[in-house]
Design a protein around this ligand. Structure first.
Ligand SMILES: [Mg+2]
Length: 398
């Protein structure tokens, strides 16, 4: 019997910011926009309050009034994350900062500091690996952990080990997390949401009917908004209702493999291993323009950027020793609507000219009458091509 944990850091970016600015806890706050310029606030304080010498050690003492507010923001940045008190005003991820400013002008605005978030990400993962070495990295703030072969990993269904990990992470970083422990990844992922923040949930096979079946289908990682809408069209809203359908009935309507997967998921079945070394699924490059660009009016500029993105993705692939077979584009229009297109080709490639040609074909399948604010190029269906090629990072312009 396996015991698998899913660990999710609580409000990760905001919590990392609160470590250095504890005075901002509980306030409406958004993180987004440009990169951090260090000590900007400290420099301003030294000018405006010269009676005290402010240093980088005084971050926790900066008066709340000194922090930039959303209402003063001018630019094209978008929100990366918003705290709960800000979300209550209708502000949320991916929203333009200037639009958000109209909804919640008083929110504190902090720039994104990925270096700092990555530093804490490494720190909490190091703590976990010291205790339970079979860990799958799922991004900056979440991991799966296999408890099965860890001494004591079975005690109280995994709760004892989860508590130890939670406490060790807090002692090392000051950050809290929520952990779900279950027979597999699918259930563990759902369980980690049961008791947020700073919670632990233990799910056993026998809990399927009481804990899992009453949940909406969307809670299953792998049922997106489209699949959910189709399920609802058949009157299937909850996981229990999904479980009640015949496997063949689902396969006939959702395709053989997705239909079978839906059935297994509803019955809490998932035998995916915890993969300690994750292979990339795709590689992509994208850029947000300084100003909106139009396919006709700004053709030359757009074309140059497009070519450069293709060259960068190709260089990434060769540097890491991959080639891909699905080539796609991503566009965000000036009204923030997003569109993606891709096509799958016969042979794997890491050639920028080939990527450019097929990405160009994808571009012909989207609306080019609207101005764009972001363009991205992506290569998926990757295979390892063997030894990584050393490519000088000279074309890393972004
Ligand atoms: Mg999280």
């Amino acid at each position: 019997m396996r015991r698998i944990a899913h660990l999710d850091m609580d409000a990760f970016y905001a919590s990392v910011e609160w470590l250095r600015y504890p005075q901002l806890k509980g306030l409406p706050m958004v993180i987004g926009g440009g990169r951090r310029r260090d000590d900007e606030l400290i420099a301003r304080l030294n000018i405006e309050q010269p009676e005290h010498v402010w240093t980088a050690d005084d971050l926790a003492l900066i008066p709340v009034d000194f922090f930039p507010r959303l209402k003063d923001y001018v630019g094209r940045g978008v929100i990366t994350t918003a705290t709960y008190p800000a979300r209550q005003f209708g502000v949320g991820s991916a929203m333009g900062l200037m639009k958000a400013a109209r909804l919640c002008p008083q929110a504190i605005l902090l720039p994104v500091d990925f270096d700092e978030y990555r530093r804490y990400s490494r720190a909490f993962k190091d703590v976990i690996r010291d205790i339970a070495p079979v860990m799958e990295d799922r991004g900056v703030d979440e991991v799966y952990i296999d408890f099965t072969d860890v001494p004591g990993g079975e005690r109280e269904g995994g709760r004892v080990l989860a508590r130890l990990i939670q406490k060790s992470i807090f002692d090392a970083t000051g950050l809290t997390c929520s952990i779900g422990v279950a027979p597999n990844k699918l259930l563990a992922k759902m369980a980690s949401e049961f008791n947020k923040p700073n919670g632990i949930s233990v799910v056993h096979e026998g809990d399927l009917q009481t804990l899992i079946w009453p949940l909406p289908c969307r809670k299953i990682n792998g049922i997106g908004p489209k699949a959910d809408a189709r399920l609802q069209g058949y009157g299937i809203r909850f996981i229990g209702e999904l479980a009640a359908r015949e496997r063949a009935w689902l396969a006939a309507r959702f395709g053989k493999s997705y239909g079978a997967w839906l059935h297994d998921a509803a019955w809490g079945r998932d035998d995916r291993p915890v993969a300690t070394e994750s292979e990339p699924v795709s590689m992509s490059r994208e850029t947000t323009f300084e100003r909106d660009l139009h396919a006709v009016r700004d053709r030359a500029e757009l074309s140059a950027i497009f070519t450069r993105l293709c060259q960068q993705v190709a260089a990434d692939l060769r540097r890491k020793g991959y080639a891909g077979r699905t080539i796609g584009i991503k566009i965000t229009y000036d009204n923030f609507a997003k569109v993606t297109r891709d096509r799958t080709i016969e042979t794997h490639t890491a050639d920028s000219v080939v990527i450019r040609r097929h990405a160009g074909q994808c571009l012909k399948r989207v609306d080019l009458t609207r101005a764009m604010r972001l363009l991205g190029v992506r290569v998926g269906k990757l295979i390892k091509t063997g030894a990584a090629v050393v490519v000088p990072p000279s074309d890393d312009l972004f």
